[in-house]
Design a protein around this ligand. Sequence first.
Ligand SMILES: [Fe+2]
Ligand SMILES: [Fe+2]
Length: 192
Amino acid sequence: MDRELVDYIHARLKTVINPKRYTHTLGVVDAAIYLAEKYGEDPLHAQIAALLHDYAKDFTEKELKDYIEKYKIEVDKELFEAYQLLHGKVAAHIAKKEFNINNKNILNAIENHTTGRSNMSRLEKIIYLADFIEVGRNYPGVDELRLLVEEDLDKGLLKALNNTIIYVLSIEGLLHPNTVYARNEILKIVKD
Ligand SMILES: [Fe+2]
Ligand SMILES: [Fe+2]
């Protein structure tokens, strides 16, 4: 059953995301399973969340907004304005509707991978981080982040959130408040 679900997701995924993103997704799956095994999370949950996290990433702005409207998905103002962040929300909805995934932790991990949020579960942290450290990622600081994630999930998360905030500010992008909440909360946990 699980095998069938995973195969089905793979088959559908290939039809909605481009080959480069599919390769990225496979990298996120591997990283997420690795981190799940290392940090005591369910590897199947990590695999499914990772597989679906970017399912809607190649939707256009109009497609994302039409989807949100069609299914009356609740979206805050910042998320709607920074529409690139919407793909997590839409993917979580598709995971439930199309793939019958009802596990709230998996759905939250998919939904919140674009912003983080306060009180992230272990699975949410794993998916957020796997997205940044998968083997195909190559940017200044990625090796430092990989080492930190290896050492401690929360230390890695703080670094990844800091990196995101610095990046968003550098491009004068819209910073989602949930990213700030996540960062300040994890800062407290790491520094205490
Ligand atoms: Fe994403
Ligand atoms: Fe991703």
